[in-house]
Ligand binder design. Structure first.
Ligand code: BGC
Length: 445
């Protein structure tokens, strides 16, 4: 080998080695600029999961049938239907300015064409209280639940369902228009499809029909909402799916990127070569997954790169515990909140347009089959405490203080050290463009 190619090879090797050991300046940046004053801070929940006293619906039936992944009877859940004034006050106490829930189609139209005035009055009062408490409502039109009569007509197999859905949606948008509502059509279409596939259950033909129906219905709903509630912002939030994210995006998101006003991302679980614990999702033991806060940073950057014209909103983020027990590694809901928000701040400092963040959830609630996985800032012992008392977790003070200070404290070092070779961005993380050297971190839990 002549001297010149050898020098070139050495230079390339040196470059690679430098990349592996020395992260670029941006990656070493400490906690960054404050969140802007108009940032949207929220809490998120859904009607079926928290309200209790469920009317007939697909999910009331699945829970009653008790098959598949159903572990607990639905019972009362946290009785949000009757305790919402207190819960809205709890949200106000956090300092949030967005309150997300869903308006349950099964409640407001329990029989085809018949509206339930009492249930509508409940949602009217909820929206009124949310606004009076200084919050914007974020209203989901479909968080996976449809009325029993829709189930009886074949759910999404039947083309009528899309028309019925749009009629109900239009009625609700007319009712709550002009109030600064952030509208979500379908919550996590990929998970909606998956749950219907496994709980209803559906065959692959029905799956394809439902997928197409969600696509068409969302697209019409988007136009309808803009006609009826001009200036409103609309999305269908995506579930971030780690290794499966390509599939998750293919469920609906890829077909509607021209019909959303912001990218709504739900981020819970990431994975890297040091942290493959996301496999516990296969058995439903989500509390055994070790959070990967820096994954949110990569996910935000990736979606922003893909759709630079749109702002992002973290519509859901949270941490399940095992029935409220502390995690074995000592990582708390407060750590989880601060670490994730640190990475959001960093993404924003690097130009990602994030308009809001919702914590899932205000209180524990029915986690699609059971009460064991607990996500609440306020915990509630649904199975053992008939008084359904809301007890604050460490997350309450942490969230309140991050909101009040518009960010984590200056110089904050995330408690969880970034792992090596993250699925969220293999190029950056396997070849050393991030993370900050481990020595900079507190002892990783
Ligand atoms: C859903 C919520 C659920 C949460 C935690 C999201 O997929 O939108 O309904 O409770 O994740 O598992």
């Amino acid at each position: 080998m002549t001297a010149r190619p050898r020098t070139a090879i050495i230079a390339v090797l040196l470059l690679l080695a430098t990349a592996l050991v020395a992260p670029p300046a941006a990656a070493q940046a400490p906690a960054v600029a404050r969140f802007p004053a108009n940032f949207l801070w929220g809490v998120a929940t859904s009607g079926f999961q928290s309200e209790g006293s469920p009317p007939d619906s697909n999910w009331a039936r699945y829970a009653r049938r008790g098959t598949g992944g159903i572990k607990d009877p639905y019972g009362t859940s946290v009785d949000f239907r009757h305790r919402y004034p207190g819960d809205v006050e709890l949200a106000r106490g956090l300092g949030v300015n967005v309150f997300r829930t869903s308006i349950e189609w099964a409640r407001v139209e329990p029989r085809r064409g018949v509206r339930d005035a009492r249930e509508l009055a409940y949602y009217d009062d909820l929206v009124r209280r949310v606004r009076a408490a200084g919050m914007r409502p974020m209203l989901t039109l479909d968080h996976w639940v449809y009325p029993g009569w829709v189930a009886d007509q074949g759910a999404w197999d039947n083309p009528r369902t899309s028309d019925d859905w749009l009629r109900n949606a239009r009625f609700l948008v007319e009712r709550y228009k002009g109030q600064g509502v952030l509208w979500v059509t379908f919550n996590e279409a990929s998970q909606y499809l998956y749950r219907e596939l496994t709980y209803r259950p559906m065959n692959l033909g029905q799956f394809a029909t439902m997928r197409e129906a969600l696509r068409r219905t969302h697209r019409s709903a988007y136009d309808m909402i803009h006609r009826v509630d001009p200036g409103a912002m609309v999305t269908s939030n995506v579930a971030y799916g780690s290794v499966l994210n390509g599939l998750f995006d293919a469920a609906l998101f890829n077909q509607i990127t021209d019909k959303i006003d912001f990218i709504g991302v739900d981020y819970y679980y990431g994975a890297n070569l040091e942290n493959p614990t996301a496999v516990h999702s296969l058995t439903g033991e989500f509390w055994r997954i070790d959070p990967e806060p820096e994954g949110l940073y990569y996910v935000l950057k990736n979606y922003q790169r893909r759709l630079p014209r749109l702002p992002l909103y973290i519509v859901e983020n949270g941490m399940p515990t095992d029935d409220g027990k502390p995690r074995a590694d000592g990582y708390t809901r407060a750590d989880h909140l601060r670490d994730h928000l640190y990475w959001v701040q960093r993404a924003m400092a690097e130009g990602v347009k994030v308009m809001g963040y919702n914590h899932w959830s205000l209180t524990d609630n029915y986690e699609w089959g059971g009460y064991r996985a607990r996500f609440g800032l306020y915990t509630v012992d649904v199975r053992t405490d008939p008084s359904l008392r809301r007890r604050p977790t460490e997350g309450v003070a942490a969230y309140r203080s991050v909101i009040a200070n518009r960010g984590v404290e200056r110089g904050y070092v995330p408690k969880r050290r970034p792992g090596w070779c993250s699925i969220e961005d293999p190029i950056a993380t396997c070849f050393g463009t991030t993370p900050t050297p481990p020595a900079a971190y507190r002892k990783a839990p």
